[in-house]
Design a protein around this ligand. Structure first.
Ligand code: TTP
Ligand code: MG
Length: 385
C-alpha cells in the first residue's frame, strides 16, 4: 500500500495563501514577467480558460486576460516542500520525494488493513491543510506506478484508490502518453508500431518492443500492465547529504588576507556555476582552510534560504575566513555548499530570480563561459596582484 501525494497547483496555491487577495482568482506563477517566460503554475481558477504549465505567458494572458501574474519565489517553494515532507513522515517514516511537490509514502509497516489506508490518506490531507493551508491530491495503489497514476485522476483535494484491475480498467483505453514516464518521442515511436493505447502496449509482442526499444521494450510493457517493483526509498537513506565544492592549493603559502579573499571569490564562482548547471540550490556554506603546518579546519554557516548565487556564497565564505583563520600561512582553501536539493524539471531556472538584474548577469556570464571557456570572463578580483 503506497500513497502518492501531489500538491494542488503548488506554486499558485502558495502565492494565494501568502496574499489572500489572490484567493479565488485565476493566478499564474511565472518566471520573469517582462520577458518571454512560460507559466510555471496555474491556479485551478485559471484552468477552465485552457491555461497550463509550460505555456508562454503571452499566450496565457490572451486566453485569460483577467489572470493575475505573479513572479515565482523558488526559495519559498523549496523550503515549504521540505516542511511538507516532514509532515508526510508523521504518517510513515518511509517517504520518498519525487519532485518539488510530489512524494511517495509507503504504508507498509504502519497500516495493516485495507480499510486503514484510505483513512491514513485523508488524515494526511487534513494535516497538510491544517499546517500549511494548502491542499493535495493522493493516489493509493499496490505499487508506486499505480499510486502515481491514481493521484492525477481526481484533483484538487482528490483521493483515488486503485487496484491493478482498477488501473487497467481506467488506463488501458487511454493513449500511451498517459503512462508515467512516456514522453513524446516514445509515444511517437510506439505509434509507428501501431501501438496507440496502453491496452495495446500491455498486449504487444515482446520481440516487437525489444527490437525497437532494446531493454526498455519489456519494461514499457511491464509498466503498461500496472506492474512495478521499485521500492519507496526513504529520503534520509536514498539521498545522501549532497555537497559540491572546489578547492585550490596555493603556489606559495599565503599570509595576507586579501589574496585569500580573492581566491574565495573565484572558488565561490566555480561552485555555484556547477550548481546552476546541475540544477541545485544549497543552504550551507562550508569553508576549508589548510595551513602550512597541515592543520585543516572546516567551518560552516547555515543560510535561511536556499541559494545558488555566487555573491551570497562569497559573502559567507569570507565571513568564515575572517572569523576562523588563525593567521598562520595558508596552503589550501576550499569552498563548498552542502544541504543541496535539486528540483530539475520542476521549474524553469529563471524562477530563481530573487534579484532579476543580478540573476541575468550571472546567467549571461555562464553562457559566455559555456561558449568561450572559463577564462573568457574573469572577475576583477581574480586579476589583482
Ligand atoms: P505539478 O504538480 O505538475 O503542477 P501543479 O502542482 O501546479 O498542479 P497540479 O494540481 O495539477 O498538480 O508541478 C508542481 C510545481 O512545479 C508547479 O506548481 C510549478 C512547478 N512547475 C514548473 O515550474 N514548470 C512546469 O512546467 C511544471 C509542470 C511545474
Ligand atoms: Mg502538483
Amino acid at each position: 500500500m503506497i500513497l502518492h501525494v501531489d500538491m494542488d497547483a503548488f506554486f499558485a496555491s502558495v502565492e494565494q495563501r501568502s496574499d489572500p487577495r489572490l484567493l479565488g482568482k485565476p493566478v499564474l506563477v511565472c518566471g520573469d514577467p517582462d520577458s518571454r517566460s512560460v507559466v510555471a503554475a496555474a491556479s485551478y481558477e485559471a484552468r477552465p480558460y485552457g491555461v497550463h504549465a509550460g505555456m508562454p505567458t503571452t499566450t496565457a494572458k490572451k486566453l485569460c486576460p483577467v489572470a493575475v501574474m505573479v513572479p515565482g519565489d523558488p526559495t519559498k517553494y523549496v523550503s515549504l516542500s521540505h516542511r511538507i515532507l516532514e509532515i508526510l513522515k508523521t504518517v510513515s517514516p518511509v517517504v520518498e520525494p519525487m519532485s518539488i511537490d510530489e512524494a511517495f509514502v509507503d504504508l507498509k509497516g504502519t497500516v495493516h488493513d485495507g480499510e486503514a489506508a484510505p483513512r491514513a490518506a485523508r488524515e494526511l490531507q487534513r494535516k497538510v491543510e491544517e499546517h500549511f493551508a494548502l491542499t493535495c491530491s493522493i493516489g493509493l495503489g499496490p505499487n508506486k506506478l499505480i499510486a502515481k497514476m491514481g493521484s492525477s485522476l481526481q484533483k484538487p483535494r482528490g483521493f483515488t484508490a486503485l487496484t491493478v484491475e482498477g488501473y487497467r480498467e481506467r488506463f488501458w483505453p487511454q493513449p500511451v502518453s498517459a503512462l508515467w514516464g512516456i514522453g513524446g518521442q516514445t509515444a511517437a515511436a510506439l505509434g509507428k508500431l501501431g501501438i496507440q493505447t496502453l491496452g495495446d502496449l500491455a498486449h504487444a509482442p515482446e520481440e516487437l518492443l525489444s527490437a525497437t526499444f532494446g531493454v526498455n521494450g519489456p519494461r514499457l510493457r511491464f509498466a503498461a500492465r500496472g506492474e512495478d517493483e521499485s521500492p519507496v526509498v526513504p529520503y534520509y537513506v536514498g539521498i545522501p547529504n549532497k555537497s559540491m565544492g572546489h578547492e585550490h592549493t596555493l603556489s606559495r603559502n599565503e599570509e595576507r588576507i586579501e589574496p585569500l579573499e580573492d581566491l574565495i571569490v573565484a572558488l565561490s564562482d566555480q561552485v555555484t556555476r556547477r550548481m546552476r548547471k546541475e540544477c541545485y540550490v544549497g543552504r550551507t556554506v562550508v569553508l576549508k582552510i589548510r595551513t602550512a603546518d597541515f592543520q585543516t579546519r572546516t567551518r560552516q554557516h547555515g543560510l535561511e534560504e536556499y541559494t545558488d548565487e555566487p555573491r551570497i556564497v562569497t559573502r559567507w565564505a569570507r565571513t568564515l575566513l575572517r572569523a576562523h583563520w588563525n593567521g598562520k600561512p595558508v596552503r589550501l582553501l576550499g569552498v563548498s555548499m552542502s544541504e543541496l536539493v535539486t528540483w530539475k524539471g520542476a521549474a524553469p531556472r529563471d524562477l530563481f530570480a530573487s534579484d532579476r538584474q543580478y540573476r541575468k548577469m550571472v546567467r549571461a556570464v555562464d553562457r559566455a563561459r559555456d561558449r568561450f571557456g572559463e577564462s573568457a570572463l574573469l572577475r576583477a578580483a581574480a586579476l589583482r596582484e
